[in-house]
Design a protein around this ligand. Structure first.
Ligand code: ZN
Length: 348
């Protein structure tokens, strides 16, 4: 059992600074009007791309850009709407959080299993080898300082990008069912879901199956549907994998071995996480604050639209307490760092 030490002055000072920010500005932590508008834009983006793709266009050169648009829109739901909803960061209303969290079920993943895997396991035990399932890609790839790499891992910097593309398909049709049957993720077991959660999980899978196969098959041939399903889910998987990897699996972040007693939880979060492209308004809008992962890991129940304003406060306190605050200037710099990590860990 991994346990963290009592909060230190670092954690208390962070909370104080954030509390002062909200009382000084009078802004709400959740139920931010811009977040509702953003959600509407992303949902309309997905619906329009899907409608044009399935019911309107007839030529492949029109369909391929629409597949890309749909994949980017679906990833946008993942980065923004479901992520805030499932963290209870969207609203003060549990119903609205649950509704927004359910957008994940709508696009294929189980929100119930996500909350266990992401909110509990990943957010608590970030980058702890053998516990955080997000960093365990064995035997396909070797990302940590854990057991020695295999010979094949020397090529992971080349082939892993291709396999990232299959994340969404594997998650939708295999991982969720495997986890549900085992009631275990890595070393962490979990309770049987309530009946309502089971209904939501299976309803989501049925809706996904209808959206991806049943409805398109009323308009197009089987081969066409499969080809465009593969293109869409490949781009979706690649996007989701890369954006999540850039926050924790880069040269600047550290991996920890499970010890009975870890240090301050907040210091652990900062040391195992990095930001990127903080000055890009477009990427910050689209990634839903996933490029401000340090602030997200410290304050997951605050709407992500506040992270750019909180970031300098957090950075200042990190400097004061001598805690390394890492941030890549650009998206491509973070990508390069992940690439170098894939090379170096294969040789460690
Ligand atoms: Zn999160």
């Amino acid at each position: 059992m991994v346990k963290f030490a009592r909060p230190t002055g670092f954690q208390r000072e962070l909370r104080k600074a954030v509390d002062e920010y909200f009382s000084a500005t009078g802004l709400p932590r959740r139920d931010v009007p811009a977040m509702y508008l953003k959600s509407a834009v992303i949902l309309c983006w997905c619906a329009l791309s899907y409608w044009l793709l399935v019911f309107v266009v007839t030529e492949w050169y029109q369909a391929v850009p629409l597949c890309l648009s749909l994949a980017f829109g679906l990833a946008g739901i993942g980065f923004n709407i479901q992520h805030d909803g499932n963290h209870d960061a969207y609203s003060n209303s549990p119903f609205i959080n649950s509704l927004m969290g359910s957008t994940l079920d709508l696009v294929g993943g189980s929100s119930y299993l996500w909350r266990i895997k992401h909110n509990v396991i990943h957010h608590t035990y970030t980058n702890i080898v053998g516990v955080d399932t997000d960093i365990d890609l064995e035997p396909l790839a070797h990302l940590t300082d854990g057991p020695p790499p295999r010979r094949i891992h020397r090529l992971q910097f080349l082939y892993l990008w291709f396999f990232y593309g299959f994340l969404a398909v594997k998650w939708h049709w295999f991982d969720d069912f495997r986890d549900l049957l085992r009631r275990r993720m890595g070393v962490s077991s979990f309770a049987r879901p309530k009946r309502w959660e089971t209904v939501r999980l299976f309803s989501g899978k049925i809706v996904l199956f209808c959206l991806m196969f049943v409805i398109p098959l009323t308009q197009h041939s089987f081969g066409t549907v499969i080809v465009f399903y593969i293109i869409t889910t490949f781009v979706l998987g690649l996007l989701l994998s890369v954006v999540f990897q850039l926050a924790h699996c880069v040269e600047e972040t550290s991996f920890k071995n499970a010890e009975n007693r870890m240090g301050d939880w907040a210091i652990h979060q900062v040391e195992t996480t990095t930001n990127f492209a903080r000055r890009s308004r477009l990427l910050t809008w689209y990634f839903g604050g996933l490029n401000y992962q340090i602030e997200h890991h410290l304050f997951p129940k605050i709407c992500h639209l506040h992270y750019p304003a909180l970031s300098p406060l957090v950075e200042q306190i990190c400097v004061k307490f001598g805690v390394r605050y890492s941030s890549q200037e650009t998206f491509s710099a973070a990508l390069g760092s992940h690439y170098r990590l894939l090379r170096s860990k294969a040789l460690s």
